[in-house]
Ligand binder design. Structure first.
Ligand SMILES: [Zn+2]
Length: 449
């Protein structure tokens, strides 16, 4: 057996960053062994998603010296995941991704503790997320990112000059990939733009005009969508197309091939048909590896201060050659999510029910089915039924009294909003101020009221 002392330490590379001073370090950075130990002992990181990016992230973070990791994912392993979600094996198919990913990383990397959570991100209460120093996102959905972003930003508090309070900032590192393209970004709520500040970065999904499909197809995708959207209905009238039914998919593929031959368009394959119909963008393992490496490094920088963090959005494109660039986006000061909050002025005589009704009609919020929380206390919850019943009697009470008779304070509401006809759950921060009320005016003291 080799002498352990002659083997290079696992933290050899990490030590180069953590044990030495440098020009690019954070002003509070104190290099040394202690920093490395503290990082391992005290820093808790949550990885959201245990798919292509999540598997990479967990492994990278564990190898970067983080010892306290948790991972949350609601999905089970599918055969089609195995080509890139490298922590999973054939015998794992059907098992929860989070549980298998945590187990596999712990088997390979000693001393790391990973707690898996096999559930929806909405199933955890908000305080669960407050327990982490950093949240790393390895997600493929805009809605899920938006939700975690709103949760992390809900912890943010501003002082009376509208400056963010340092201790309430919950940093996030967000990775995303789409084929050969990807991004890594650092979100420091109140300092850098949050996910919602730059939501316009995600263009609406491209839909082909039906006339193009019917008359002037130019690409293989056009031929597939013709077979899927037009031909299927012509032939099967009324019978719904089921993307999970192989016979249906084969039929669409055959029709698309005929169409492509007619117009001399190459490239219609069965897997492309599946991709177009199910709107699947092929996942590339190397893109996931590159993006998650960037995210893990940013997580390490935030946790240790060993270098300035990415400011604040890195894009990577490996489709033709390799191109990577960092763009500094700016914060939207009116952002509903990371801003100081939507100011709502109310009469002290308003009941909780009236307040909930008002949120639905509010032009900036349009929040229906709102649940209301004040300083961690549920004033009214729409679900689950047990909580609804417990809080229902509050509806007829005065909001002013329920909030401890303070003249103004932050209230959190969750509910559904519809944007572009799409309903999504969201969490909003409101700055409630009661008109004509003296007494406690400073938000800081509201907690003691
Ligand atoms: Zn924002």
């Amino acid at each position: 057996m080799a002498d352990v002392s002659t083997q290079p330490s696992r933290s050899r590379d990490l030590d180069k960053l953590l044990l030495r001073a440098g020009n690019l370090v954070d002003p509070n950075f104190e290099p040394g062994q202690e920093l490395r130990d503290d990082l391992q002992t005290y820093v808790k990181v949550l990885v959201v998603g245990a798919g292509g990016l999540g598997c990479e992230l967990l492994k990278d973070l564990a190898l970067s010296g983080f010892r306290n990791l948790e991972v949350i994912d609601m999905d089970r392993i599918e055969v089609s995941n195995l080509n890139r979600q490298f922590l999973f094996r054939l015998e794992d198919v059907g098992k929860p991704k989070a549980e298998v990913a945590a187990k596999r990383v712990m088997e390979r990397i000693s001393d790391v503790n990973i707690v898996p959570h096999f559930c929806r991100i909405e199933d955890k209460d908000i305080e669960f997320y407050n327990d982490f120093n950093i949240i790393a996102l390895g997600l493929d959905s805009i809605e899920a990112r938006s939700y975690i972003n709103s949760v992390a930003c809900s912890f943010l508090e501003y002082d009376s000059d509208d400056n963010p309070r340092q201790e309430t900032i919950k940093p996030m590192v967000d990775g995303g990939t789409e084929g050969f393209k990807g991004h890594a970004r650092v979100i420091v709520p109140g300092v850098t733009p949050c996910f919602e500040c730059t939501i316009w970065l995600f263009p609406p999904q491209v839909k082909f005009p039906l006339c193009t499909l019917a008359e002037t197809p130019r690409t293989a995708a056009h031929c597939i969508e013709y077979a899927h959207l037009i031909k299927w209905n012509e032939v099967h009238g009324g019978k719904a197309f089921d993307p999970d039914e192989p016979e249906h998919m084969k039929w669409v593929h055959n029709e698309a091939v005929k169409r492509a031959e007619l117009f001399g368009i190459p490239g219609v394959t069965y897997s492309l048909t599946q991709g177009v119909v199910k709107n699947i963008i092929p996942a590339i393992a190397s893109t996931n590896a590159i993006i998650s490496a960037a995210c893990a490094l940013e997580t390490l920088k935030i946790a240790s201060g060993c270098s300035k963090t990415l400011s604040n959005y890195l894009t990577y494109n490996g489709a033709e050659g390799l191109h990577t660039k960092v763009t500094e986006f700016v914060k939207d000061n009116d952002c509903l999510i990371c801003g100081p909050g939507v100011l709502i002025e109310l009469d002290p005589s308003i009941t909780l029910q009236k307040f909930i009704d008002l949120l639905e009609g509010h032009d900036k919020l349009q929040l229906s089915k709102a649940s209301v929380t004040h300083r961690g206390k549920n004033l009214y919850m729409q679900a689950p039924p047990v909580l609804e019943e417990m809080t229902r009697s509050n509806l007829t009470l005065l909001l002013f009294n329920l909030m401890g008779k303070v003249s103004k304070d932050i209230v959190h509401v969750t509910g559904t909003t519809s944007k572009n006809d799409q309903k999504s759950s969201c969490l909003r921060k409101l700055r409630v101020a009661f008109k004509g009320v003296d007494g406690v005016t400073d938000m800081d003291t509201a907690g003691g009221a």
